[in-house]
Design a protein around this ligand. Structure first.
Ligand SMILES: [Zn+2]
Length: 463
């Protein structure tokens, strides 16, 4: 147990420290209280500072009443530093009005900064549909230096920083208006600038987990601008950019898990993607309505299914996961020499779990790293359509270029369909018909026997 003597010593220490500080430095209630911020719970720094000032004033008043000669000198010296709280006693003793000095740390601005910042932020946030926020404070170096000067000079161990006080006090006022603080992924960031005073509310990007299907060809994934204008008339990104309006945002970025060629359709269960809507002011979007918006904006060429909110780290994880995917393709192949069923049976047999060495295709070598990859073709199912035309379903590792698997790319992809069939072959049409995610990989190797599962996979995921 702490004895009463020890408590009296502690009290004397607190008031004594406060007294030595205000003898030299004028401080507002907040800035004095903040120097003792970690003592006591449930009070504001303003209350702490005021309590200390009142105690100091009461001590001086008692000394005055008991005829202490030094008390008057002390009052004359301290009152301007204590500010308005000392005005009554000062006037009574000296018969003249007190002229308080501005706070050494904040120049008397802090209270105003907190109130005005909260007011401005609340106004801005009320005009949008956000639920969570985070406050950041920017304070000039000279203010921080002054605060540190006091901390070191008086060996203060229970202080809080002015930035922390601004953040906490503005947060508190915003919470009273029904908003929730979120330190990890807030809807809005409120930046408070101390001097010159300003408040900026930045609406954070809204990230949505989605999957998309591309039902047409000649559609690039990202919008592809050249000096002459758009390289392709439409892009998947353009279809999603319609969402900026729904979210009152400033633009849309598509983060997709891999990409398909411009002339390749993306069907089946769709490609996973994170849709980032910049500076979204409206966050509580109706996800099923968003899918419809994308479909309409693209004239039915792009279909999207939204699964919910995403986090920043999901962008990387869907891209990493994509490298592990297996993909099911449908290729329409044209050969120069006629082929028959037995040739296709040979092709199917050959490409059962077959490793393929593939150099970066010539057509993309100018913009992709030139490397040789080893990828696996897990299975091929082929169907003859005409003597020179067949359709193939190919299950392969993500990252294998299928057009080159078909034509051999002048020997840079080997083995290839052309090699095995002994004739030139050309991939006339290509679709991604299904993406097999990591968890379901077991299905792929048993392509032949798992016909039911595979067929199920080809169905649309849309509810
Ligand atoms: Zn101050």
């Amino acid at each position: 147990m702490v004895g009463p003597e020890r408590l009296v010593t502690a009290a004397a220490k607190i008031v004594g420290t406060a007294l030595s500080i205000v003898r030299e430095y004028p401080l507002c209630d907040r800035c004095l209280g903040r120097l003792f911020a970690l003592l006591g719970r449930g009070h504001t720094n303003e209350e702490r500072g005021r309590a200390l000032k009142l105690l100091i004033l009461k001590s001086i008043h008692m000394a005055l009443r008991e005829g202490d000669e030094e008390a008057e000198t002390l009052l004359r010296q301290l009152a301007p530093n204590l500010g308005p709280v000392a005005a009554r006693l000062y006037e009574e003793v000296f018969g003249e009005p007190l002229n308080p000095k501005p706070c050494f740390i904040c120049g008397g601005l802090l209270d105003d900064v907190i109130n005005k910042a909260a007011e401005a932020a609340a106004r801005e946030l009320a005009s949008s549909r956000v639920e969570t926020f985070l406050v950041a404070a920017h304070v000039p170096d000279y203010v921080i230096k002054r605060e540190n000067e006091l901390r070191f000079r008086f060996k203060l161990a229970y202080t809080e920083s002015i930035k922390a006080e601004i953040r906490r006090e503005v947060s508190k006022r915003l919470q009273r208006r029904g908003l929730r603080p979120d330190f990890e992924s807030p809807d809005a960031l409120v930046s408070v600038y101390f001097e010159p005073f300003s408040v900026t509310v930045y609406f954070m990007p809204l990230l949505l987990m989605a999957r998309y299907k591309k039902l047409g060809r000649r559609i690039s994934q990202s919008t592809w601008l050249t000096r002459e204008g758009l390289k392709y008339p439409y892009s998947v990104e353009m279809a999603f950019s319609t969402l900026a309006r729904a979210a009152e945002g400033a633009g849309v970025v598509l983060h997709a898990a891999g990409r398909e060629d411009v002339d390749v359709r993306m069907l089946g269960n769709g490609r996973p993607a994170v849709i980032e809507i910049k500076q979204a002011r409206v966050r509580d979007l109706d996800l099923s309505a968003l899918g419809e918006r994308v479909r309409q904006a693209s004239g039915g060429l792009i279909e999207a299914f939204f699964e919910g909110r995403a986090r920043r780290k999901d962008v990387r994880s869907i891209k990493e996961a994509a490298e592990e995917h297996l993909k099911v393709y449908r290729a329409l192949v044209v050969t120069s020499a006629p082929i028959d069923e037995s040739a296709l049976a040979r092709l199917e047999d050959f490409f059962r779990g077959r490793q393929v060495k593939q150099r970066t295709p010539r057509r993309v070598r100018h913009r992709r790293p030139d490397v040789v990859r080893t990828k696996t073709v897990h299975s091929v199912k082929a169907r003859l359509i005409a003597p020179n035309v067949f359709e193939a379903l190919v299950v392969a590792d993500a990252g294998l270029y299928i057009k080159e698997l078909v034509d051999g790319d002048g020997g840079d992809t080997s083995p290839s369909f052309a090699e095995v069939l002994g004739t030139d072959a050309y991939c006339a049409e290509l679709d991604v018909v299904y993406i097999i995610h990591e968890a379901h990989k077991g299905l792929a190797t048993g392509w032949g026997s798992d016909r039911g599962q595979a067929a199920k996979g080809l169905q649309t995921p849309h509810p």
